[in-house]
Design a protein around this ligand. Structure first.
Ligand SMILES: [Zn+2]
Length: 189
């Protein structure tokens, strides 16, 4: 790593991140997932891969886009720390000083030429973007949790069906009773 002195110019690489949204890898933007359990009865579930708290499935997942910014800076101060041999090594370079405030550039992001900084920027953003894309595209929730939701919702449906059947049954009795009462009333008048 090149050592810079106060008053020298250097090229600083900054790697910026910008938020972006990409299609959910689980539901492909549809917000729904189809499950066909062993008995073949299809179940449609809200996608958990792109669920966002109370807002539900979004159809997209958040990711980051990295970009490199290279700028020339004037070194106005050097922060040092002691190495294992007792010597002083630069651990940060101050620039854009305003009074006692300054920005600090780490030595590994400072380069002597713009070409070197640009090349380091290309490599760094490529690496970061690939890693981020891999992270965003991996399936976000494990299958156990999907399966739990399938059985939970199917259980709810079964319970709801039972309640409907019971209600229909009760309604049937009520209608028969009403019919009987009506007939009784007609015959007695
Ligand atoms: Zn999704």
């Amino acid at each position: 790593m090149r050592i810079f002195k106060i008053g020298e110019k250097a090229w600083l690489l900054r790697v910026g991140r910008q938020e972006k949204h990409v299609e959910c890898p689980d539901c492909l933007g549809t917000k729904r997932l189809r499950f066909i359990p062993a008995d073949g009865e299809e179940v449609l579930l809200e996608c958990r891969g792109c669920q966002s708290g109370f807002y539900g499935a979004q159809g997209t997942v958040r990711t980051w886009d990295c970009s490199a910014i290279v700028e020339e800076i004037l070194i106005q101060g050097v922060e040092t720390e002691m190495d294992e041999l007792g010597g002083a090594v630069a651990c940060g370079y101050k620039y854009n000083m305003q009074g006692s405030c300054a920005n600090i550039a780490r030595p590994e992001y400072l380069f002597e030429t713009k070409d070197e900084a640009d090349l380091a920027g290309i490599l760094a953003t490529k690496r970061e973007n690939e890693a981020e894309l891999k992270r965003a595209m991996c399936k976000t929730k494990d299958h156990k949790s999907w399966a739990w939701h399938v059985s939970y919702h199917r259980g709810e449906i079964r319970d709801a069906k039972k309640r409907i059947e019971y209600a229909e049954e009760q309604l049937g009795y009520a209608l028969v009773a009403a019919e009987k009462a009506k007939k009784k009333w007609i015959t007695s008048t």
